[in-house]
Design a protein around this ligand. Sequence first.
Ligand SMILES: [Zn+2]
Length: 491
Amino acid sequence: MKPKYCSLVCFFLLSSLALAQPQHPHKKSAKSAPVTRPKADPALAIHQSALIIDTHADTPQRFLDENFDLGQNTPVSDGHIDLDKIKQGNLGAEFFSIWVEPEFKGHYSKRAMDLIDSVYQQAARHPDKMTMAFSADDIVRAHDQRKFAALMGIEGGHAIENDLRLLRDFYRVGVRYMTLTWSNTNEWADSSGDIQDPNVKHHNGMTDFGKDVVREMNRLGMIVDISHVSDATFYQALLISQAPVIASHSSSRELTNQPRNMTDDMLRAMTNNGGVVMVNFYSAFIDENYRKASSDPEKVKQRDAEVEAYKKAHPHPDGSPVTYDEYAPIEKKWAAQFPRPPLKSLIDHIDHIAKVAGIEHVGLGSDFDGVTSLPEGIDSAADLPRITQALLQRGYTREQILKILGGNFMRVMREVEATAKRLQAERKESAALSFEDIELMVGNRVSTSQLLDRITLHGVNFDLTAERRTRLKAQKADDAVLEAIGKARRK
Ligand SMILES: [Zn+2]
């Protein structure tokens, strides 16, 4: 592989040289040529002027498990993101993924909080180059100060441990999106990752609680992220969400037949919703040949066996799970046996989504530091300018490219913030009790007579479905309370 820095510089140098060439060399006049400054590369000019937002990188595991410092310039074989690569790629904002391996069962929120802390630690170590950001305005402010903005998104709804209070706590510490599931179906939403597995208990999409999670995310201003979810979960989330949603790192299923990619029908639903699909760069999600080669059952079996053997041979003394970062070298080595797809495959996905969903509904969700193979030419965040170059070559205008690189996501983030503001105001006015209000009071052992008073006074804003009834019963709610809810004024 060519050293990264050189390939990038050479690339731009060559393109500028090509542009500086006279168009008709044979007509060149004999007079001495006027002094010409090298012409700026138009793609690079667009790229450097853009506010570039990538919505998915798994770097926090490197922070936490490898003690990796973003200030270290690492070889691309070790990682896709560091401050040098961010600068070379003009990456303006990154959503760092707070991904909790399902093996951490019983400790999900602790692991999530440790990962969150690791992102804050990086911002504290490099205050001159980066800053934490929690809103669209924060991203713009950081960009104006020429600082890299770090944001956080939870990957996998299991991290909230079936508790809306934890969801709110995660919002308070700065989490601004959450994928409803990771590859594992949780207790309230189905995932595309195990939807065919008959041993997994599925919900036909989402449970009532899952729907409450979406509503509460809307009210908080946390972006609903539908990457990884099953098709049924996707359509239900779109029906419920009052704000645009995102797919933080998903590509097109029409082009690459992967169940966690999005069908054209889903893309059109995203148009209706006003959301944005951030294209995942992973070779197996953007290239059918790579996907087929790398999903060969025999080869997959051999990789899984190697990983399992590694885990067995390297147990943690405290019994905590062996983390992905520890066995990633095995997976990377395994992935290297399949030839990398051309950059064209990635651009095809951006192009397809732009055509089917619309130019307003596509963006970048690299999955850097979370994938074992990237297309040719994209070795790390430093290579983002190549995407701009390729889009320009495909005929995309400057305005369209700026939307893809970050503009579309900014629009969605602002809409999510505005929806939250509206919902919070409405909620104050109506004062009708939500299911979670009542569940909280029952859980806190508010007396039955007090509960009955409040229900009669304020009314409720939900239907007492069988599932909700069971949940209140499980918390030992009095039958009189259930009856009062059934009869209460509905707002
Ligand atoms: Zn993911």
